[in-house]
Write a protein that binds this ligand. Sequence first.
Ligand code: C2G
Length: 447
Amino acid sequence: MVKVITYGTFDLFHEGHYRLLRRAKDLGDYLIVGVTTEKYDMERGKLNVVDSLLTRIENVKKTGLADEIIIEEAPGQKVNDVKKYHIDIFTVGSDWVGAFDYMSDYCKVVYLDRTKNISSTMLREQNRRILKAGIIGTGRIANRFIPEVKRVSGVSPQGVYNPRKNSAEAFAERWEINVYDNLEAFYKDVDVVYVASPHQTHYEYIKSALEHGKHVLSEKPMVLKRKQAEELFAYAKERKCILFEGIKTAYCPGFEKLLGIACSGMIGNIRYVDACFTKLENEDKRELNDLEYGGSLTELGSYCLLPVIKLFGCQYEDVRFDVIHGENGLDLFTKVSLTYPKGIATVTCGLGVKSEGRLLIAGTKGYIVAEAPWWKTTYFEVHYEDPSHVDKYSERFLGDGLRYEIKDFISMINGNDKSGFKLTRSESIAMAEVMEKFLVVENRNKY
Ligand code: C2G
């Protein structure tokens, strides 16, 4: 008898799950299905799981394909299960290719093709709750988005659009999703749109997605002009769509904790915020070649402006830019100085100059410091006048961290707008305004 085992969360049970189980069963004579517990899903960074463990087990049972259902509750359990149940084949969907190769010391490992399109009349009632995501753009960040969106329940990557057909095809093949070279067909098939195209194209794509009644998650910087940000938010409201700027730091649990502590009075009244992010880039990269929209501030400024605007607000009194330019005129290193009625802030971004990359928040009783990469906040310290007194905080940041913003975006669409405070419309608008002022000073305001 050939014994097969597979695992999954099986939340909002859909056709992809059914087909996986069907093919797993066909690999042998006896199928064991491991269903993850809520606690284990939290631990492994699967967010937004909707159905209870009991419902998920019940749905697997209803397929009639599982000869036995077990519970997966800890990392490392799989190998023990393989030994315990004398398993011949371990199988899982192709989204996990490579991840379970280590199991081949214990049994055969089979990756089954992921189901591309989970819309199905059979499971329409269930599928209504799964939003289909379309991706515009195929660059580095879009490639990071897919593994992350798969970690959020209630949303499934559907397809990709890029006017450059070859790039779109390669991307779609890599991630086993549909490819579109026609925007109308793309919008027809998706519920939500992730805009990950070059900065200057965001405005048009966001506008057209909203026109088609789609919710939009846009990469940062959403736009580089105050008026455009205002217009798009107003339009989203009119169309009853969510428009969401994806600055991942704003949604990660560590940063949320840091802001909470900064505002709690522990360091007194906040008087100074200093945020720095530098990333050395090769000269041939887009960031250092796009003479209109490239450079350090448009690339990294959103991260650094975030803590400043979160802590001091949108109403700064003055903003000044000090810039080191490269030979082609782009900013390699930019310092933004902002003054507020009760505090001052500096934002430092570099693509051609390396600096420490720290976030410092100074108050009347103490200061908070988070070292690089503070934009993926996992650890920070609170210091006081007495140098021996240091409070230390840590928090998890899983994968590339996009899953947190995706989860909040999806909850907002589903009518739970409790996350709206993490990055408000006014804050997004204020950031677009700073970017615009910078581009004007730099004489690059043609867009
Ligand atoms: N799946 C699929 N097609 C889809 C969606 C999912 O074939 N469109 C597969 C997955 O690859 C997985 C199974 O269905 O093999 C269950 O998927 P999930 O419930 O999302 O579980 P997952 O997070 O993939 O957990 O320990 C758990 C395992 O690692 C798998």
